[in-house]
Write a protein that binds this ligand. Structure first.
Ligand SMILES: [Fe+2]
Length: 280
């Protein structure tokens, strides 16, 4: 299998837009400021540190982060970790940080972000889990990934794959891109809406990217009300339980096997979280 842009027609080129980032950041007045310089985002530049005014909405129909193909190199059951770097890792150090917002530009906590990428030499680890890991956004909706700059491989420009999933919501599969890459101009999958801001930081790089998921949030008047809680279906799975790899549960009449140890959280029921549970 190959992951060639020539075999998957990508979206037509779009002008670079930072409105998602800017509008989302303006509304997220509780988000801490990012230290240091670099490319200025709205969240970096609140005048005098004063809270920024809320905007009524960040969704005009095309704002959520666009989806992209998964490609052939995804593997479920990635480790829970924010750093993909080990003592033997080679490559240019890279951190990618940012926030995940819903459609009302409010941060989303507990969003599962599952990253995978090529190593510095352009190879994916299909036998193990090198350069694969998942994590959850914190209470402010923030995430940080510690890795290296993804290597180039034939047919593609430089990119990082990610799946983003808010609790109980569908998975968004997409890819993040690096600015200033010559192959951005020839990769049909490349989408400037998925460009990270990247700046130098010592011998490495620091990237930022904010996701906007198609998740309704109050008080956007155009959003439907949040789904009311529903009674859990029958089964042995229970929120608050600490499960170990190999544990088995039932949920709504279906058996699931735990792929890795975790604490069960409402919204992460087994049918919704292929990273943690598999049928069987
Ligand atoms: Fe890839």
């Amino acid at each position: 299998m190959t992951e060639s842009s020539s075999s998957e027609a990508g979206p037509p080129g779009r002008p670079i837009s930072r409105k998602n980032l800017l509008r989302a950041a303006v509304a997220a007045s509780t988000v801490p400021l990012i230290a240091g310089g670099g490319i200025a985002l709205a969240r970096d530049t609140g005048a005098g540190g004063a809270p920024l005014a809320l905007t009524p909405a960040c969704d005009d129909g095309d704002d959520p982060t666009p989806a992209q193909m998964e490609g052939p190199y995804f593997k479920p059951n990635s480790p829970l970790r924010t750093s993909l770097v080990t003592s033997g890792t080679s490559g240019t150090p890279l951190t990618v940080s940012g926030y995940v917002f819903g459609r009302a530009c409010k941060p989303l906590s507990g969003v599962l972000l599952d990253f995978w990428q090529a190593d510095a030499g352009g190879a994916y680890d299909m036998s193990g889990f090198a350069f694969r890991g998942h994590q959850f956004t914190d209470a402010t909706g923030a995430f940080t990934l510690t890795t290296v700059v993804a290597g180039l491989y034939p047919g593609r420009t430089r990119h990082i794959h990610v799946k983003a999933q808010a609790p109980g919501r569908p998975v968004l599969t997409t890819q993040l891109y690096f600015p200033g890459e010559p192959r951005n101009a020839t990769d049909a999958l490349y989408d400037p809406a998925l460009l990270m801001n990247v700046r130098g930081a010592g011998s490495g790089r620091q990237g930022t990217f904010d996701f906007v998921l198609d998740v309704a949030q109050q008080p956007d008047p155009t959003d439907p009300p949040t789904d009311p809680p529903t009674d859990p279906p029958g089964g042995t799975w229970a929120a608050g339980t600490s499960y170990r790899a190999g544990d088995r549960v039932t949920y709504d009449g279906v058996s699931f096997r735990c792929l890795q140890a975790h604490s069960a959280i409402a919204g992460w029921e087994p049918p919704l979280v292929p990273a943690l549970w598999e049928r069987g």
